[in-house]
Every structure is written in C-alpha cells, then in structure tokens.
Design a protein around this ligand. Structure first.
Ligand code: HEM
Length: 159
C-alpha cells in the first residue's frame, strides 16, 4: 500500500471523527434544547425530539468511516502501531465508545420516542422525565470525554 493511500485513509479517518464527534456534541446541545422546549411548548419539543432521534444515524455513519479507515491504515502499519501502548488503550476505549455511544444512546433514543408518542398531549410523569434526562446527560458527557481521551492518545501516541 502506498503512502498516498495511507494518507487518504487518514483523511477518511478525520472525516469520520468530525462526523461522529460533531454529531455527539450537537446531540448533547439538542437534548438540552429539547428538554427546555418540551416544558413550555410541546409541539416544538416534539420537532426537536424527532431531530434528536435522527442524529443517531450520523453517529453510526461516522463510526463506520472511522472503523473502515482505521482498518485500512492498520493493514499497512499494524506492526508499528499494534504493539504500542497508546493504540492498545485506544482500542479498549473504542469498545466503550461503541457500547456507550451506539448501544446505550440508541436504547435511550428508542425509550424517549416511546415516551413521547407522536402527539403533544402526552403527560410524562416528572420522575420519568428527570430519570431520562439524567441518563441522556451521563451517556452524552461520557461520550465526549471518551473522544477527548482518544484524541489525546492518538495525537501524543504515548508508548
Ligand atoms: C472513536 C474512534 C476513533 C477516534 C476518535 C480516532 C481518532 C484518531 C486521531 C485524532 C488520530 C490522529 C490523527 C493524526 O495524528 O493525524 C488517529 C490516528 C490513528 N488512528 Fe484512530 N481513531 C479512532 C478509531 C480508530 C480505529 C478503530 C483504528 C484502527 C483499527 C484507528 C487507527 C488509527 C491509526 C493507525 C492512527 C495513526 C495514523 C498516523 O498518525 O499515521 N483509529 N485516530
């Protein structure tokens, strides 16, 4: 594999990271907007809730690009990176990012969608409402923290 091909894979890696980390940040902001809007204007809240549900797709597409490009780079340099500490820790964090950002986030998205239904007349009990807010916030903040950790490991490449 040529160096140009390796660099092209790295560009794809960065596109995937931009998409996934960007969508995670927007997800966090949107949930907070949705939470505030729903309390005062349920119809506006439902629109934001729907948008929140659709954002999940971009998390998945970003992850796919990251994985494909990462594997392409590893085909060329697996002997170099595979043995290094930063890379091994990164792979562990990657698993947590997949479980947290795709698994748990998707489950919460589905739960919220069921709670909201498709009309603005549903009244959600306060305890349920606070519980889902807490869960969303924890999952989203953990996701952003994991990205910062992976960025730091990948750029400094501690060994
Ligand atoms: C959420 C997942 C991931 C994130 C956020 C991420 C992020 C990054 C970042 C920020 C860099 C530094 C780019 C640079 O120095 O120019 C990088 C490099 C790299 N990543 Fe990832 N990565 C992820 C997943 C993966 C996976 C799954 C693999 C392999 C299977 C992988 C393989 C690599 C390799 C080999 C490099 C070194 C490229 C180089 O400096 O030549 N990454 N990654």
């Amino acid at each position: 594999m040529s160096t140009a091909f390796y660099h092209a894979a790295l560009v794809l890696h960065i596109i995937g990271i931009t998409l996934m980390a960007g969508a995670s940040f927007v997800d966090y902001i949107t949930f907070n907007m949705f939470y505030k809007a729903y309390a005062t204007d349920k119809n506006k809240g439902l629109v934001l809730g729907d948008y929140l549900y659709k954002l999940q797709r971009f998390l998945g597409i970003g992850m796919l690009l990251i994985l494909v490009s990462g594997i392409l780079m590893m085909i060329k340099l697996h002997e170099v990176w595979g043995a290094q500490l930063w890379f091994r820790i990164k792979m562990g964090l990657l698993l947590i990012i997949i479980l947290n950002g795709l698994g748990l986030r998707r489950m919460l998205g589905t739960r919220l969608r069921k709670m909201l239904g498709d009309n603005a007349t549903v009244n959600i009990p306060a305890t349920k409402w606070q519980d889902i807010r807490k869960r969303f916030t924890i999952v989203q903040l953990i996701q952003l923290l994991l990205f910062i950790l992976i960025f730091t490991l990948s750029v400094f490449k501690f060994n």
